[in-house]
Design a protein around this ligand. Structure first.
Ligand SMILES: NC(=O)c1ccc[n+]([C@@H]2O[C@H](COP(=O)([O-])OP(=O)(O)OC[C@H]3O[C@@H](n4cnc5c(N)ncnc54)[C@H](OP(=O)(O)O)[C@@H]3O)[C@@H](O)[C@H]2O)c1
Length: 247
């Protein structure tokens, strides 16, 4: 049996596909021939990324404007993808936001934003995708975080959403593994994307090129995970080299 499967002609959904890690992941998967459904709220960006994927790789794309806080919209995303591509082989639960900082000052609105996007959004998409992934012996990738692995002194609610993601992923794996579904969690540390740090400054503005990970590096890890067969990557940490020295 092959140690890696081809992604050529496979059907993938990437949430949070309009920027950063999600956009880079859509490119990496399409480069290997996967048809990709692009989900996020900013439709114009998704249209432009879909056009780039089509030009560069000739794959089929589905532009799926979706707010992952809305379970009906997430159900529709999965159903439209299955209809368009004839099934589902890969779900990349990547969408994620950070809001506010310390618990003392965190508004209820900021708390709910993080919980509904980072937790509910992953649950809705996983619930809708699992029957299809069981059918295809597919792969479920979760983007966790260093923040979900070690205690740290800022934004405990964001960190807790990422601890939840890792716990959820492991238990989904325990449940769906016997149906031949692969479940992977990828934990980046800082990545140069539009993602905002605790100061509100985006990581692409805060860090110079070469200082921390690039979205394409995380995308390569997603692609690597998606190709493993018959084994799976259970968890993969991608940190800058001095991360454990200074965190
Ligand atoms: N950057 C880092 O340092 C870092 C480190 C560790 C883990 N992560 C994790 O990596 C993942 C991707 O982050 P990133 O760095 O690529 O950040 P990013 O560039 O800010 O991307 C976030 C994506 O989520 C989408 N999004 C936000 N709210 C949404 C909603 N309600 N419904 C649908 N889509 C929504 C955004 O698109 P729209 O605005 O168009 O909806 C965007 O495509 C997140 O889970 C994040 O927690 C990031």
């Amino acid at each position: 049996m092959a140690a890696e499967q081809s992604l050529d002609g496979q059907s993938a959904i990437v949430t949070g596909a309009s920027s950063g890690i999600g956009e880079a992941t859509a490119h990496a998967l399409a480069e290997d021939g996967a048809n990709v459904a692009l989900a996020a709220r900013r439709e114009e960006r998704l249209e432009s990324i879909a056009a780039d994927l089509d030009d560069a790789h000739g794959v089929d794309t589905l532009v799926a404007p979706t707010n992952v806080r809305d379970e009906d919209a997430v159900d529709a995303l999965v159903e439209e993808t299955v209809d368009a591509f004839g099934g589902l082989d890969l779900l990349v639960n990547n969408v994620g936001v950070v809001a506010g900082d310390s618990v003392d000052d965190l508004t209820t609105e900021a708390y709910r934003t993080m919980m509904e996007v980072n937790v509910d959004g992953y649950f809705f998409a996983t619930r809708a995708a699992l029957p299809h992934l069981r059918e295809s012996s597919g792969t479920l990738v979760f983007i966790g975080s260093f923040a979900g692995q070690y205690p740290r002194p800022f934004n405990p609610v964001y960190a807790a959403t990422k601890w939840w993601v890792r716990g959820f992923a492991k238990s989904v794996s325990a449940d769906a593994g016997e149906d031949d579904v692969a479940v992977t969690t990828i934990n980046p540390a800082e990545v140069r994307s539009e993602f905002a740090s605790e100061t509100g400054e985006s990581f692409e503005d805060r860090f110079d090129e070469g200082a921390v990970s690039e979205p394409a590096e995380i995308a390569d890890a997603v692609r690597f995970a998606a190709k493993q067969d018959p084994s799976m990557v259970s968890e993969l940490d991608l940190y800058r080299r001095d991360k454990l020295t200074f965190f």
